[in-house]
Design a protein around this ligand. Structure first.
Ligand code: SF4
Length: 85
């Protein structure tokens, strides 16, 4: 469990990219939506990376203006060139 405000070295959590679920399309979509929903509620990074204004515009223009309304095909790499998914 990480904590804020520590002077200790950060703990690195390696990504298990060889796990069979790593490229599972359904799990990838669910994880993407989980992260997008957090960023949608925060929006602090809107001016730090070109992906954020695109994501927030997409959410704002979606049917219910939420992450659940996003179409998965619109979240593909072509719409977010700076994402490495
Ligand atoms: S918008 Fe930026 S600061 Fe906010 S949750 Fe997403 S990555 Fe973190």
């Amino acid at each position: 469990m990480s904590k804020e405000g520590s002077l200790g070295a950060p703990i690195r959590h390696p990504i298990d990219f060889e796990h069979p679920d790593f490229l599972n399309p359904e799990k990838l979509d669910a994880e993407m939506r989980r992260v997008f929903d957090i960023c949608h509620g925060c929006r602090r990074c809107f001016n730090l990376c070109d992906s954020f204004p695109k994501l927030f515009d997409m959410i704002d223009e979606s049917e219910n203006e939420d992450v659940e309304s996003l179409k998965s095909e619109n979240c593909a790499r072509g719409h977010f060139p700076s994402l490495t998914m």
